[in-house]
Write a protein that binds this ligand. Structure first.
Ligand SMILES: C[S@@+](CC[C@H](N)C(=O)[O-])C[C@H]1O[C@@H](n2cnc3c(N)ncnc32)[C@H](O)[C@@H]1O
Length: 291
């Protein structure tokens, strides 16, 4: 039997109920079921794990539409939409550094659940990618010019804007360096980064309203990124803790490695579990300590 996109979306939502604790979050269920994820996925995408030949395989919608659609709705699978900043054309199996993707359904749900946007809120997303997360945010927060998304790659931003418009959605899609935020529409109630950073850009803190929430993947010495959720204190700082272990592509300006001690992490070899750490970010940097 061939499952339709709608049936696959419903099945994916049921699978995430078991695995991700998204059961009971009615508004998020509604958004997930309302937004056609397949609409945001390019016809040709790479599978995120290497094959036996060491290359990432290409999924081509025109050649294998059912395999492509099934991949779109696998709860734990991100699909790669760009390698080496676009230097590798999507014409066959390839290798290189992943520079854009549509995050897996499970991870997107996790992000939006922790961000917990409310209807009418002003939201900034950093890292538009395909525009899929933007569509979920717009579905929840409304479409009154209150959702802004910024993407550093002009081609990706243009394609995401077209996809959103084709669904009748008109969030503001900006091309630019998201590390600077988008001051023209600040202050924001929520800021969500979908590219990871090594240190929280001070512009995000300046552009959050007092009590506003910032959610971002932060590089960590634990061997993976950690999703940090911070609340702005109204005096230029934000405080909070880590809510999940994740894996994201690095923001372009923060690709170079830096010593963790320089980034505010504890100097001890064993600082204890990340679940017990608190994070304070301010204009002059961040500080991470065990609670
Ligand atoms: C994991 S993808 C985003 C996935 C996206 N949210 C979606 O739903 O498809 C990360 C994106 O961040 C973008 N990016 C990297 N550095 C950036 C920066 N400094 N400002 C804005 N976007 C950036 C990349 O080009 C990439 O498209």
């Amino acid at each position: 039997m061939t499952l339709t996109a709608r049936a696959l979306r419903e099945r994916c939502a049921r699978e995430m109920d078991n695995a991700r604790g998204f059961a009971g979050c009615t508004w998020l269920h509604r958004a997930f079921l309302a937004v056609p994820r397949e609409h945001f996925v390019p016809d040709r995408v790479w599978w995120p794990a290497r094959g036996e030949d060491g290359l990432y395989n290409l999924y081509d919608r025109t050649q294998k539409p059912r395999a492509w659609l099934k991949a779109v709705y696998m709860p734990g699978v991100p699909l790669i939409t760009q390698i080496d900043d676009g230097a590798v054309p999507p014409t066959g199996p390839a290798t290189g550094a992943f520079t854009s993707s549509i995050s897996s359904p499970g991870v997107v749900i996790e992000l939006v659940r922790h961000l917990a946007p409310e209807p009418g809120e002003r939201i900034l997303e950093v890292g538009t990618g395909t525009g899929y997360t933007t569509a979920l945010l717009t579905h929840r927060a409304g479409d009154h010019g209150n959702v802004v998304t910024i993407e550093i790659d002009a081609g990706l931003a243009r394609r995401a804007r077209h996809r959103l418009h084709a669904l009748g959605m008109s969030p503001r899609v900006v091309t630019g360096d998201g590390e600077q935020g988008h001051p023209a529409c600040a202050p924001y109630d929520r800021i969500l980064a979908t590219a990871s950073v090594r240190s929280i850009p001070p512009a995000w803190l300046r552009q959050l309203r007092p009590g506003g929430i910032l959610l971002a993947p932060l590089d960590s010495p634990f061997g993976h990124d950690l999703l940090v959720r911070l609340e702005a204190d109204g005096h230029g700082c934000a405080r909070g803790h880590f809510v999940a272990a994740v894996e994201f592509m690095r923001a372009r300006g923060q690709r170079a490695q830096r010593p963790y001690a320089e980034l505010g992490w504890p100097a001890e070899a064993d600082p204890g579990p990340w679940e017990r750490m608190c994070v304070v970010a301010g204009p002059s940097g961040q500080r991470i300590r065990s609670r």
